[in-house]
Structure formats: C-alpha cells, structure tokens
Design a protein around this ligand. Structure first.
Ligand code: NAD
Length: 248
C-alpha cells in the first residue's frame, strides 16, 4: 500500500519516510508533506496537504496538533483512512477527529507501541486488583518535547480510570496538600535525548508494584504507525486504537 506522511521532516516523520523508502511490510511512500517544505527529493514532496496531487491508500500524521483539522479534512474529502499519531490535541480537535471517524476509518493513539498497549492492560489489572492503592504515573522524555504530560501518560491514566471511576488527576504535585485516596498523580520529567519512559507505581502501606516501559528508539512508533495503516485497510469507518489492533 502507498502511504502519505504528514510532518515528514520531523523526527518521527523522517523515521516513517525512511521505513517506507525501505518498503518495510511491503508499504511504500506516496508523498511526504511538511510545512517546512521538504528539500528536493526523489519522491513527491509538498508543503501542504491541499497541494498533494498523487494517489495514496492512507495518511499517517506525525506533525503538530494544530494540523489536526487539515489532516482530517484531507482524509474525509479524499475518502482515505488516517493514522493520527500526533499528540496534544485540544478538546475541539478531539471532537473533530471523532466526527470525521463517522465517514472514514481513523486510527488514533497517543502511543503506537505494542509494549505500551500491554503496559496499559497491566496497569488496569493492577489498579483493579489492588483496590485503594495509591497510583502515580511518571513520564520522562527528551528536552525538546512540547506537550506535558505526554499523551501516553494521559492514555495510561484514562485506562486506569476505567476501573477507578472516581479518579481525579493531579498534575505535578506541589505545595501543601495531603494526597487524597482517589488521586492519580501524573508527573512529567524532561531531560536530554530520552525517547520515552513511562512508569506506573501502585502502592499500599505494605507494598509497591512498579510497571515500566522504556522505548529504546523512535523506530518502534514508526513501525506501529505503518502496522496501523495496514490494519485500517479493510476497516469500515470508525475510530480505532492500539487495543483494537492488539485484539484483532
Ligand atoms: N503516537 C506516538 O506513538 C508518538 C510517538 C512519538 C511522537 N508522537 C507525536 O508526534 C508528533 C510529532 O513528533 P516529532 O517528535 O516528530 O516532532 P517534530 O517537531 O520533530 O516534527 C514535527 C514536524 O511536523 C511539521 N509540522 C508542523 N505543523 C505542521 C502542519 N500544520 N502540517 C504539516 N507539517 C507540520 C514540522 O515542520 C515538523 O517537521 C508530536 O505530537 C509527538 O508528540 C507520537
């Protein structure tokens, strides 16, 4: 299948383009799109989705959340499935994605890693089993990351909330306030060139369980996004995520 990559000049976009040029999983590059117009290359490049004039079977977006409307409009108007891997969307942008998924298949996940999908399942099981335990999520990323906490930390918290309905998120604890039992603490650390570490601590007075996932290279997200594009190929309109792919 032929794939268009939006945000193709970025760290993640470059990984996806490289894999498609190498025909990973038999997929190829249809077009590379980035606001910072890609330099001349031996494949089609565009500075805006509006200008894309080549056929493709799917679009993968690793750009900026402000591009969400353009990506979704492009997918709907071209009848193309979309893999939205970009994070940090506003509530309005999230609503836009949901609405568009009524017309085309959209895969949306803050973390394209299979390992993180598994971590989320384990976190949910642990939170459900250790009733009343305190839960804190700590994420660490490179010092260039714009959004905090990471979309993955929020995804993990949302998974846990499914078994802790009264959970209240507390971001970056500070000041004078005792921890309430229904809190999920969410903390962001920014340093160096770290690809992504997510740790969930579940603790009672007598014991603590620590679940940790560490991404060693950005390639795992690019690989996951290409697998998601393949997964969407025969799917009807709808909103899909890693859980759907893991359980398919
Ligand atoms: N879902 C996942 O597994 C996962 C993994 C890693 C990163 N991400 C997310 O992917 C996004 C990109 O990450 P990155 O590290 O590659 O960032 P980056 O800053 O290196 O790259 C972003 C690229 O998008 C381009 N861009 C910005 N606005 C655009 C627009 N409107 N249209 C087209 N291109 C546009 C920029 O010019 C840049 O080249 C971020 O939101 C990040 O959080 C998601």
């Amino acid at each position: 299948m032929k794939i268009t990559v939006n945000g193709s000049n970025g760290r993640m976009g470059c990984e996806v383009v490289k894999m498609l040029l190498d025909e990973v999983r038999g997929c190829t590059l249809a077009a590379a799109v980035d606001v910072n117009a890609p330099e001349a290359a031996n494949y089609p490049t565009f500075s805006s989705l509006e200008n894309v004039n080549v056929d493709s079977d799917c679009i993968i977006d690793f750009s900026h959340h402000s591009a969400t409307l353009a990506v979704v409009n492009y997918a709907v108007s071209s009848g193309l499935p979309a893999v939205i891997a970009t994070t940090g969307q506003t509530d309005e942008e999230l609503e836009y994605i949901k609405a568009a998924s009524k017309s085309v298949p959209i895969f949306f996940s803050a973390n394209m890693s299979l390992g993180v999908a598994l971590l989320a399942e384990l976190a949910k099981l642990t939170a459900k089993t250790m009733k009343g335990a305190d839960i804190e999520i700590i994420e660490t990323h490179h010092n260039r990351k714009l959004d905090a906490p990471s979309g993955t930390a929020l995804l993990l918290a949302d998974e846990i909330k499914q078994v802790r309905e009264n959970a209240n998120y507390v971001y970056g604890r500070h000041g004078q306030a005792k921890r309430e039992q229904n809190e999920i603490g969410i903390h962001a650390v920014r340093m160096g060139n770290i690809v992504g570490i997510h740790e969930i601590r579940v603790g009672t007075d007598s014991q603590t369980i620590t679940l940790k996932h560490e991404a060693h290279s950005r390639a795992l997200f690019a690989e996951g996004a290409i697998a998601a594009a393949e997964f969407l190929q025969d799917k009807p309109e709808g909103l899909y995520n890693m859980k759907d792919m893991v359980n398919s």
